[in-house]
Ligand binder design. Structure first.
Ligand code: NDP
Ligand code: ZN
Length: 352
Protein backbone atom coordinates (compact mmCIF):
# COMPACT_ATOMS: atom_id res chain seq x y z
CA UNK A 1 0.00 0.00 0.00
CA UNK A 2 0.96 3.61 -0.48
CA UNK A 3 1.40 6.08 2.37
CA UNK A 4 2.75 9.50 3.18
CA UNK A 5 5.50 9.15 5.73
CA UNK A 6 8.10 10.71 7.91
CA UNK A 7 11.28 9.28 6.35
CA UNK A 8 13.38 10.67 9.19
CA UNK A 9 13.29 13.84 11.30
CA UNK A 10 12.91 16.76 8.90
CA UNK A 11 12.12 14.65 5.85
CA UNK A 12 8.77 13.42 4.51
CA UNK A 13 7.72 11.55 1.37
CA UNK A 14 5.56 8.86 -0.24
CA UNK A 15 6.43 5.26 0.50
CA UNK A 16 5.21 1.73 -0.21
CA UNK A 17 4.51 -0.64 2.67
CA UNK A 18 2.86 -4.00 3.25
CA UNK A 19 -0.81 -3.88 4.18
CA UNK A 20 -0.93 -4.33 8.00
CA UNK A 21 -1.85 -7.72 9.46
CA UNK A 22 -4.74 -7.81 11.94
CA UNK A 23 -5.31 -9.96 15.02
CA UNK A 24 -8.76 -11.50 15.72
CA UNK A 25 -9.91 -8.39 17.64
CA UNK A 26 -8.56 -5.79 15.22
CA UNK A 27 -9.83 -4.13 12.05
CA UNK A 28 -8.33 -2.86 8.84
CA UNK A 29 -9.83 0.46 7.79
CA UNK A 30 -9.64 2.26 4.45
CA UNK A 31 -9.41 6.01 5.15
CA UNK A 32 -11.98 8.10 3.25
CA UNK A 33 -11.28 11.45 4.88
CA UNK A 34 -8.18 12.50 6.83
CA UNK A 35 -6.78 15.66 8.41
CA UNK A 36 -3.21 16.67 9.15
CA UNK A 37 -2.47 17.85 12.69
CA UNK A 38 -0.05 20.27 14.29
CA UNK A 39 1.24 17.15 16.08
CA UNK A 40 2.20 15.61 12.70
CA UNK A 41 4.32 18.69 12.10
CA UNK A 42 5.94 18.44 15.54
CA UNK A 43 6.58 14.72 14.92
CA UNK A 44 7.95 14.97 11.41
CA UNK A 45 9.83 18.23 11.44
CA UNK A 46 10.75 18.87 15.07
CA UNK A 47 11.46 15.33 16.22
CA UNK A 48 8.92 15.73 19.02
CA UNK A 49 8.71 12.00 19.72
CA UNK A 50 12.25 11.19 18.69
CA UNK A 51 13.54 9.56 15.57
CA UNK A 52 11.16 7.54 13.41
CA UNK A 53 12.18 6.08 10.04
CA UNK A 54 9.67 5.51 7.26
CA UNK A 55 6.69 5.83 9.56
CA UNK A 56 3.40 6.73 7.90
CA UNK A 57 2.00 9.93 9.42
CA UNK A 58 -1.57 10.92 10.35
CA UNK A 59 -3.95 10.07 13.19
CA UNK A 60 -7.18 11.87 12.26
CA UNK A 61 -9.38 9.71 10.09
CA UNK A 62 -12.86 8.72 9.05
CA UNK A 63 -12.90 5.55 7.03
CA UNK A 64 -14.63 2.44 5.78
CA UNK A 65 -14.04 -0.90 7.44
CA UNK A 66 -12.26 -3.17 4.98
CA UNK A 67 -11.67 -6.27 7.07
CA UNK A 68 -12.28 -7.37 10.65
CA UNK A 69 -10.80 -10.10 12.84
CA UNK A 70 -13.04 -13.06 13.66
CA UNK A 71 -13.77 -11.91 17.22
CA UNK A 72 -14.98 -8.43 16.23
CA UNK A 73 -18.71 -8.22 17.00
CA UNK A 74 -20.00 -4.73 16.18
CA UNK A 75 -18.26 -3.80 12.95
CA UNK A 76 -18.23 -5.36 9.49
CA UNK A 77 -16.66 -4.56 6.12
CA UNK A 78 -18.33 -1.56 4.51
CA UNK A 79 -19.24 0.19 7.79
CA UNK A 80 -18.36 3.87 7.88
CA UNK A 81 -16.38 4.63 11.01
CA UNK A 82 -14.65 7.35 12.99
CA UNK A 83 -11.16 6.27 14.03
CA UNK A 84 -9.96 7.93 17.24
CA UNK A 85 -6.45 9.38 17.32
CA UNK A 86 -5.90 7.52 20.57
CA UNK A 87 -6.64 3.78 20.52
CA UNK A 88 -5.93 2.40 24.00
CA UNK A 89 -5.29 -1.16 25.12
CA UNK A 90 -8.48 -1.49 27.10
CA UNK A 91 -7.61 -4.58 29.10
CA UNK A 92 -4.87 -2.95 31.15
CA UNK A 93 -4.72 -1.61 34.71
CA UNK A 94 -4.14 2.05 33.73
CA UNK A 95 -7.27 1.83 31.55
CA UNK A 96 -9.20 0.46 34.53
CA UNK A 97 -7.85 3.31 36.59
CA UNK A 98 -9.48 5.75 34.16
CA UNK A 99 -6.44 6.69 32.12
CA UNK A 100 -6.74 4.70 28.89
CA UNK A 101 -4.53 7.18 27.03
CA UNK A 102 -1.66 5.82 29.15
CA UNK A 103 -2.92 2.24 28.90
CA UNK A 104 0.46 0.57 28.44
CA UNK A 105 2.75 3.34 29.69
CA UNK A 106 2.79 7.13 29.49
CA UNK A 107 1.13 8.40 26.29
CA UNK A 108 1.05 4.84 24.89
CA UNK A 109 -2.59 5.06 23.79
CA UNK A 110 -1.27 7.24 21.00
CA UNK A 111 -0.25 4.59 18.51
CA UNK A 112 -0.92 6.01 15.04
CA UNK A 113 2.10 7.86 13.68
CA UNK A 114 3.91 7.18 16.92
CA UNK A 115 4.37 3.45 17.58
CA UNK A 116 2.87 2.24 14.30
CA UNK A 117 1.97 3.52 10.86
CA UNK A 118 -0.68 6.23 10.78
CA UNK A 119 -3.74 6.93 8.68
CA UNK A 120 -2.17 8.74 5.69
CA UNK A 121 -2.25 5.37 3.98
CA UNK A 122 -4.49 3.25 1.81
CA UNK A 123 -5.22 1.08 4.86
CA UNK A 124 -4.74 1.51 8.58
CA UNK A 125 -4.70 -0.99 11.41
CA UNK A 126 -7.06 -0.40 14.35
CA UNK A 127 -6.40 -2.41 17.53
CA UNK A 128 -9.37 -3.64 19.59
CA UNK A 129 -11.91 -2.58 16.98
CA UNK A 130 -15.01 -3.06 19.18
CA UNK A 131 -13.56 -0.76 21.84
CA UNK A 132 -11.89 1.78 19.60
CA UNK A 133 -13.99 2.28 16.47
CA UNK A 134 -17.14 4.40 16.35
CA UNK A 135 -19.90 4.14 13.77
CA UNK A 136 -20.32 7.32 11.76
CA UNK A 137 -23.75 8.52 12.90
CA UNK A 138 -26.50 9.15 10.39
CA UNK A 139 -26.54 12.78 9.31
CA UNK A 140 -22.90 13.45 10.22
CA UNK A 141 -20.75 14.00 7.14
CA UNK A 142 -17.14 12.75 7.01
CA UNK A 143 -15.65 16.27 6.86
CA UNK A 144 -17.40 17.36 10.06
CA UNK A 145 -16.63 13.98 11.63
CA UNK A 146 -12.91 14.04 10.93
CA UNK A 147 -12.63 16.88 13.45
CA UNK A 148 -13.69 14.41 16.16
CA UNK A 149 -10.73 11.99 16.47
CA UNK A 150 -8.44 14.69 17.85
CA UNK A 151 -9.58 18.34 17.62
CA UNK A 152 -12.91 18.02 19.40
CA UNK A 153 -11.83 15.50 22.03
CA UNK A 154 -8.62 17.37 22.79
CA UNK A 155 -10.19 20.82 23.10
CA UNK A 156 -13.05 19.37 25.13
CA UNK A 157 -10.58 17.46 27.29
CA UNK A 158 -9.00 20.81 28.12
CA UNK A 159 -12.42 21.96 29.32
CA UNK A 160 -12.99 18.68 31.21
CA UNK A 161 -9.63 18.86 32.98
CA UNK A 162 -10.37 22.47 33.90
CA UNK A 163 -13.61 21.26 35.55
CA UNK A 164 -15.46 24.31 34.31
CA UNK A 165 -18.50 25.21 36.37
CA UNK A 166 -21.54 27.36 35.53
CA UNK A 167 -20.64 31.01 35.44
CA UNK A 168 -16.86 30.53 35.43
CA UNK A 169 -14.58 33.03 33.74
CA UNK A 170 -12.27 31.02 31.51
CA UNK A 171 -9.11 32.05 29.70
CA UNK A 172 -8.29 29.95 26.62
CA UNK A 173 -4.70 30.50 25.51
CA UNK A 174 -4.30 29.54 21.85
CA UNK A 175 -7.17 29.44 19.39
CA UNK A 176 -5.96 27.15 16.65
CA UNK A 177 -8.37 24.24 16.06
CA UNK A 178 -7.67 22.71 19.48
CA UNK A 179 -8.14 25.98 21.35
CA UNK A 180 -11.29 26.75 19.37
CA UNK A 181 -12.74 23.44 20.52
CA UNK A 182 -11.70 24.33 24.06
CA UNK A 183 -13.72 27.53 23.66
CA UNK A 184 -16.70 25.53 22.39
CA UNK A 185 -16.31 23.04 25.25
CA UNK A 186 -16.07 25.81 27.87
CA UNK A 187 -19.16 27.40 26.39
CA UNK A 188 -21.14 24.14 26.50
CA UNK A 189 -20.06 23.62 30.12
CA UNK A 190 -21.58 26.96 31.09
CA UNK A 191 -18.74 29.46 31.32
CA UNK A 192 -20.12 32.98 31.60
CA UNK A 193 -17.07 34.67 30.17
CA UNK A 194 -14.49 33.21 27.81
CA UNK A 195 -11.38 35.24 27.04
CA UNK A 196 -9.69 33.77 23.95
CA UNK A 197 -6.04 34.43 23.13
CA UNK A 198 -4.66 34.35 19.60
CA UNK A 199 -3.35 36.81 17.03
CA UNK A 200 -4.86 35.66 13.72
CA UNK A 201 -8.05 37.45 12.75
CA UNK A 202 -9.82 34.41 11.33
CA UNK A 203 -9.21 32.47 14.55
CA UNK A 204 -10.41 35.41 16.62
CA UNK A 205 -13.62 35.66 14.57
CA UNK A 206 -14.18 31.91 14.80
CA UNK A 207 -13.55 31.96 18.55
CA UNK A 208 -16.38 34.45 18.91
CA UNK A 209 -18.65 32.18 16.90
CA UNK A 210 -17.83 29.34 19.30
CA UNK A 211 -18.65 31.43 22.35
CA UNK A 212 -15.67 33.63 23.22
CA UNK A 213 -16.85 36.85 24.84
CA UNK A 214 -13.48 38.65 24.76
CA UNK A 215 -10.47 38.41 22.47
CA UNK A 216 -6.85 39.15 23.32
CA UNK A 217 -3.77 39.01 21.15
CA UNK A 218 -0.66 37.79 22.95
CA UNK A 219 1.26 40.08 20.60
CA UNK A 220 -0.53 43.14 21.89
CA UNK A 221 0.93 44.11 25.27
CA UNK A 222 1.49 41.98 28.35
CA UNK A 223 -0.97 39.09 28.53
CA UNK A 224 -1.03 38.92 32.32
CA UNK A 225 -1.58 42.64 32.69
CA UNK A 226 -4.33 42.60 30.07
CA UNK A 227 -6.18 39.70 31.70
CA UNK A 228 -5.90 41.23 35.17
CA UNK A 229 -7.20 44.56 33.87
CA UNK A 230 -10.10 42.89 32.12
CA UNK A 231 -11.09 41.07 35.30
CA UNK A 232 -10.71 44.07 37.62
CA UNK A 233 -7.62 42.53 39.19
CA UNK A 234 -9.39 39.31 40.21
CA UNK A 235 -8.06 36.93 37.60
CA UNK A 236 -9.89 34.01 36.05
CA UNK A 237 -11.41 30.83 37.46
CA UNK A 238 -9.92 28.54 34.85
CA UNK A 239 -7.23 28.58 32.18
CA UNK A 240 -7.03 26.17 29.27
CA UNK A 241 -3.68 26.18 27.48
CA UNK A 242 -3.86 25.16 23.81
CA UNK A 243 -0.94 27.12 22.41
CA UNK A 244 2.07 29.17 23.43
CA UNK A 245 5.35 28.13 25.01
CA UNK A 246 6.78 27.28 28.44
CA UNK A 247 6.31 30.87 29.54
CA UNK A 248 2.58 30.43 29.01
CA UNK A 249 2.47 28.32 32.20
CA UNK A 250 3.84 31.19 34.22
CA UNK A 251 1.27 33.52 32.70
CA UNK A 252 -1.53 31.05 33.39
CA UNK A 253 -0.53 30.58 37.03
CA UNK A 254 -0.36 34.34 37.48
CA UNK A 255 -3.87 35.01 36.17
CA UNK A 256 -5.73 32.08 37.72
CA UNK A 257 -7.44 32.79 41.05
CA UNK A 258 -6.61 30.86 44.23
CA UNK A 259 -8.64 27.68 43.97
CA UNK A 260 -8.50 27.88 40.18
CA UNK A 261 -7.34 25.31 37.66
CA UNK A 262 -4.80 25.54 34.84
CA UNK A 263 -5.43 22.80 32.30
CA UNK A 264 -2.90 22.15 29.56
CA UNK A 265 -3.40 20.25 26.31
CA UNK A 266 -0.56 22.00 24.49
CA UNK A 267 2.54 20.10 23.42
CA UNK A 268 5.58 21.43 25.28
CA UNK A 269 8.44 21.14 22.86
CA UNK A 270 11.34 22.84 24.56
CA UNK A 271 13.27 23.13 27.79
CA UNK A 272 13.88 20.79 30.69
CA UNK A 273 11.40 22.39 33.05
CA UNK A 274 8.10 24.23 33.14
CA UNK A 275 8.10 27.63 34.76
CA UNK A 276 5.74 27.97 37.72
CA UNK A 277 6.10 31.37 39.43
CA UNK A 278 6.66 30.81 43.14
CA UNK A 279 4.95 33.89 44.56
CA UNK A 280 1.90 33.81 42.29
CA UNK A 281 1.56 30.10 43.08
CA UNK A 282 0.93 31.25 46.61
CA UNK A 283 4.50 30.31 47.63
CA UNK A 284 3.27 26.76 47.17
CA UNK A 285 0.00 27.30 49.05
CA UNK A 286 -2.30 29.01 46.56
CA UNK A 287 -4.64 26.09 45.85
CA UNK A 288 -3.91 26.62 42.17
CA UNK A 289 -4.19 23.27 40.42
CA UNK A 290 -2.04 22.59 37.37
CA UNK A 291 -3.03 19.67 35.19
CA UNK A 292 -2.66 18.49 31.62
CA UNK A 293 -3.45 15.53 29.48
CA UNK A 294 -3.27 13.59 26.29
CA UNK A 295 -6.61 13.41 24.57
CA UNK A 296 -8.82 10.48 25.55
CA UNK A 297 -9.50 7.92 22.90
CA UNK A 298 -11.78 5.02 22.32
CA UNK A 299 -15.27 4.33 21.11
CA UNK A 300 -17.45 5.70 23.91
CA UNK A 301 -15.75 9.08 23.84
CA UNK A 302 -16.08 9.30 20.04
CA UNK A 303 -19.74 8.28 20.19
CA UNK A 304 -20.54 10.96 22.74
CA UNK A 305 -18.66 13.68 20.87
CA UNK A 306 -20.26 12.62 17.57
CA UNK A 307 -23.69 12.98 19.18
CA UNK A 308 -22.93 16.63 19.82
CA UNK A 309 -22.57 17.15 16.07
CA UNK A 310 -25.58 14.98 15.24
CA UNK A 311 -27.77 16.91 17.67
CA UNK A 312 -26.68 20.26 16.26
CA UNK A 313 -25.01 21.43 19.46
CA UNK A 314 -21.58 21.53 17.86
CA UNK A 315 -20.70 22.67 14.35
CA UNK A 316 -17.16 21.53 13.52
CA UNK A 317 -17.36 22.76 9.92
CA UNK A 318 -16.17 26.20 11.02
CA UNK A 319 -12.76 24.68 11.72
CA UNK A 320 -12.36 23.39 8.19
CA UNK A 321 -10.85 26.12 6.05
CA UNK A 322 -9.43 23.98 3.22
CA UNK A 323 -10.82 20.84 1.58
CA UNK A 324 -8.56 18.86 -0.76
CA UNK A 325 -9.78 16.00 -2.94
CA UNK A 326 -7.66 12.92 -3.68
CA UNK A 327 -5.21 10.71 -1.80
CA UNK A 328 -2.23 12.40 -3.43
CA UNK A 329 -3.25 15.74 -1.91
CA UNK A 330 -2.27 14.62 1.60
CA UNK A 331 1.16 16.14 1.14
CA UNK A 332 -0.26 19.55 0.15
CA UNK A 333 -2.60 19.53 3.15
CA UNK A 334 0.22 18.62 5.53
CA UNK A 335 2.43 21.39 4.15
CA UNK A 336 -0.40 23.85 4.63
CA UNK A 337 -0.48 22.85 8.30
CA UNK A 338 3.29 23.29 8.45
CA UNK A 339 3.31 26.77 6.92
CA UNK A 340 0.07 27.84 8.64
CA UNK A 341 -0.84 30.88 6.56
CA UNK A 342 -3.28 33.30 8.18
CA UNK A 343 -6.32 31.81 6.46
CA UNK A 344 -5.83 28.24 7.66
CA UNK A 345 -7.43 26.69 10.70
CA UNK A 346 -7.66 23.08 9.59
CA UNK A 347 -7.26 21.41 6.19
CA UNK A 348 -9.04 18.16 5.32
CA UNK A 349 -8.39 15.66 2.54
CA UNK A 350 -11.35 13.78 1.10
CA UNK A 351 -9.93 10.60 -0.37
CA UNK A 352 -13.08 9.26 -2.00
P1 NDP B 1 -2.15 25.90 16.24
O1 NDP B 1 -0.71 26.11 15.94
O2 NDP B 1 -3.12 25.90 15.11
O3 NDP B 1 -2.64 26.99 17.30
C1 NDP B 1 -1.80 27.51 18.30
C2 NDP B 1 -2.46 28.72 18.90
O4 NDP B 1 -1.59 29.25 19.91
C3 NDP B 1 -2.70 29.84 17.92
O5 NDP B 1 -3.91 30.46 18.22
C4 NDP B 1 -1.54 30.80 18.19
O6 NDP B 1 -1.87 32.14 17.85
C5 NDP B 1 -1.41 30.65 19.69
N1 NDP B 1 -0.10 31.05 20.20
C6 NDP B 1 1.12 30.91 19.62
N2 NDP B 1 2.08 31.43 20.41
C7 NDP B 1 1.46 31.93 21.51
C8 NDP B 1 1.92 32.58 22.67
N3 NDP B 1 3.22 32.84 22.89
N4 NDP B 1 1.01 32.93 23.60
C9 NDP B 1 -0.29 32.67 23.43
N5 NDP B 1 -0.79 32.04 22.33
C10 NDP B 1 0.08 31.67 21.39
O7 NDP B 1 -2.21 24.52 17.03
P2 NDP B 1 -3.41 23.45 17.25
O8 NDP B 1 -4.61 24.16 17.70
O9 NDP B 1 -3.50 22.56 16.07
O10 NDP B 1 -2.77 22.59 18.44
C11 NDP B 1 -2.50 23.20 19.68
C12 NDP B 1 -1.55 22.34 20.48
O11 NDP B 1 -2.21 21.17 20.91
C13 NDP B 1 -0.32 21.88 19.72
O12 NDP B 1 0.81 21.99 20.57
C14 NDP B 1 -0.61 20.42 19.45
O13 NDP B 1 0.55 19.64 19.26
C15 NDP B 1 -1.34 20.06 20.70
N6 NDP B 1 -2.16 18.86 20.64
C16 NDP B 1 -2.30 18.16 21.80
C17 NDP B 1 -3.09 17.05 21.84
C18 NDP B 1 -3.30 16.34 23.14
O14 NDP B 1 -3.69 15.18 23.11
N7 NDP B 1 -3.12 16.97 24.28
C19 NDP B 1 -3.75 16.54 20.65
C20 NDP B 1 -3.62 17.40 19.50
C21 NDP B 1 -2.83 18.51 19.50
P3 NDP B 1 -1.78 32.76 16.36
O15 NDP B 1 -1.42 31.66 15.41
O16 NDP B 1 -3.14 33.31 16.11
O17 NDP B 1 -0.72 33.81 16.44
ZN1 ZN C 1 -4.01 15.41 15.77
Amino acid sequence: MKGFAMLEIGKTGWIEKDIPEISPVDALVKPICVAPCTSDIHTAFKGAIGQRKNMILGHECVGEVYKVGKLVKDFKPGDKVIVPAITPDWGTVPSQEGYPMHSSGMLSGWKFSNYKDGVFAEYCHVNEADANLCHLPEGVDPISAVMLPDMVVTGFHGAELAKIEFGDTVLVVGIGPVGLMAVAGANLRGASRIIAVGSRELCQKTAKEYGATDILSYKDGDLVENVMNMTCGRGVDRVIIAGGDNNTFAQAVKVVKPGGIVSNVNYLGEGETVNIPRVEWGVGMGHKTITGGLTPGGRMKMEKMARLIASGKLDTKKLVTHVFHGFDKIEDALMLMKDKPKDVIKPVVVIE
